[in-house]
Design a protein around this ligand. Structure first.
Ligand code: SF4
Ligand code: SF4
Length: 380
């Protein structure tokens, strides 16, 4: 049965994730052991290699989708199925080309942010063992143009008469010097939907000019809180810069004639729980500017689950207090998620407290002065 999940998955035939120097069917697929598939040999070679995956490899590789579907949760496979099923799009490329980033967010890891390499070394020296850190041995902070050009041979051939979707995530694309040249590689932008995730600490002019040319552009903006909470969680980030860039993005894209989607990627994490009402209010403000507001999908996926940053591990009486004052058109589902799945354990809380101590020491910050810290300390 589990092998069927992969063999019936669009990722096997119509998708490719380029994660640094390796090719995988999707960003969730685990590729334990070697050899990895070499993307320098081109997309045809990569797809041919997927065909030869053994059932055992599929069983281990697709574990997340298998678990999610068994629990009735929408999986990545379901997402790809919906995206590609009616034939509007022929192929989905998912690019993570460099971990160069300007921020060091609390819930992130060095795999995704170059700014987290040093903090993680520091945590390790201090004996903190983050078993979910999943630090990859390959952390390039530059794009490999030989690989990217090879994949673009396929993109430009395919888009002569078919439409495709490209997702680009980081690190932070607008920080990466190669990003500007990326736009020049497309020969048929009219057949490309581009989905970009950005932290909006930057909004370069060339970005706005180029995204207006694609058939469709979706800009996803990550957010876990506002003001002090934003700056604590998004270490090195500046709230005013973020807010101003968000307003400019909404204003400038209003005159675009292509299809444009402005999306929030909101997450509630343990360091921002007391700020959740402001987060929801800010999303409503974003909606008034043209962003897609807090809807069923964003609320269903709003809880950040891995390790020390997961709000479900916080003391239940604290969570109840926060939940009791939330007031929003979507608050029913949110309250249920926060309380229904609470799984506080003292051991896990100690892990979170240890992480707070170390990250504050490294960044010279004080969690206990943030809105969440001030309230949480009454429940410990
Ligand atoms: S992990 Fe999920 S989306 Fe990825 S290849 Fe397996 S079934 Fe498909
Ligand atoms: S902006 Fe994104 S990639 Fe960078 S540290 Fe934050 S979560 Fe990680």
């Amino acid at each position: 049965m589990s092998a069927q999940i992969f063999h019936n998955c669009k990722a096997k035939t119509n998708a490719l994730e380029l994660s640094f120097l390796r090719a995988r069917p999707c960003c969730l697929f685990r590729t334990p052991g070697r050899p990895q598939i070499n993307p320098k040999l081109g997309v045809d070679h990569v797809l041919e290699s997927f065909k030869h995956y053994t059932d055992e490899k599929v069983e281990k590789g697709c574990i997340k989708c298998i678990k999610q579907e068994n629990n009735g949760v929408r999986s990545k496979r379901n997402y790809l199925d919906t995206l590609l099923k009616d034939g509007e799009y022929d192929f989905y490329y998912d690019f993570q080309l460099s971990n160069l980033c300007n921020l060091a967010c609390k819930m992130c890891s060095p795999n995704f942010s170059s700014r987290l390499v040093k903090p993680f070394e520091f945590y390790k020296q201090k004996g903190y063992d983050d078993d979910n850190g999943m630090v990859s041995p390959i952390l390039p902070n530059k794009w490999d143009w030989e690989i990217v050009d090879k994949i673009f041979e396929d993109i430009n051939k395919r888009t002569k008469d078919k439409k495709i979707v490209i997702e680009l995530k980081g690190g932070e694309p607008t920080m990466q010097p190669e990003f500007k040249d990326f736009f020049d590689k497309f020969e048929n932008v009219q057949n490309v939907r581009l989905d970009i995730i950005t932290n909006l600490q930057r909004l370069p002019d060339y970005f706005l000019e180029n995204i207006s040319k694609f058939e469709e552009i979706n800009v996803g903006v990550s957010l876990e809180g506002t003001e002090e909470t934003y700056e604590y969680v998004r270490t090195l980030g500046d709230w005013k810069t973020f807010k101003s860039n968000l307003e400019t993005l909404a204003k400038e894209t209003r005159s675009f004639t292509n299809k444009i989607g402005l999306h929030f990627h909101p997450k509630i994490i343990s360091y921002g729980l007391s700020n959740v009402q402001d987060l929801l209010d800010f999303m409503d403000y974003g909606e008034s500017l043209g962003f897609i507001g807090a809807g069923d999908t964003s609320i269903a996926e709003i809880i950040w689950t891995p390790h020390h940053s997961c709000p479900l591990y916080l003391p239940k009486d604290y969570v109840e207090t926060v939940v009791s004052r939330i007031s929003h058109k979507r608050d029913g589902k949110l309250k249920k998620l926060l309380l229904g799945s609470n799984s506080y354990t003292e051991k896990q809380m100690q892990n979170t407290l240890k992480f707070i101590e170390l990250t504050d020491e490294f960044n010279k910050k004080d969690f206990w002065q943030t809105p969440t810290g001030k309230e949480l300390k009454n429940y410990l």
